[in-house]
Design a protein around this ligand. Structure first.
Ligand SMILES: [Zn+2]
Length: 119
């Protein structure tokens, strides 16, 4: 948990194992996965499905914006979007399994940098 709290962004289980091993004894990814499962059940950690990475759970937010270039994430309150997804899912007889909607995009810094390179 401490590794995630000190991270600047989402970390994979292998990243967590590597950082935790540097701080103490050897830790294998299997141990990390078991700990992450427990922390997810306690709603202290969130798994970003599209990145296969983890971070401390934000206090609020329905929409997770994920930058495909730098992997930065932002959590946005979007209750109307969540209601829309729930309504459409129900119409197709699906039940959303998480309360978080993930979207791939570019953050402002990466978008600005990309527009400077592209003529
Ligand atoms: Zn970015």
């Amino acid at each position: 948990m401490q590794v995630l709290m000190q991270a600047n962004g989402p970390l994979s289980a292998y990243d967590i194992a590597r950082v935790a091993s540097h701080a103490g004894g050897a830790i294998v990814p299997g141990q990390v996965y078991r700990t992450l499962e427990r922390l997810i059940e306690q709603r202290r950690v969130l798994r970003i499905e599209m990145l296969n990475a983890y971070l401390t759970r934000p206090l609020s937010g329905h929409l997770c914006l994920i930058c495909t270039i730098c992997r930065d994430v932002s959590f946005i309150e979007a209750p109307r979007l969540q209601a829309c997804v729930s309504e459409v899912s129900a119409a197709y007889r699906f039940t959303p399994s998480t309360g978080m909607i993930e979207t791939l995009c570019h953050c402002r810094a990466c978008g600005d940098a990309k527009s400077r390179v592209t003529p």
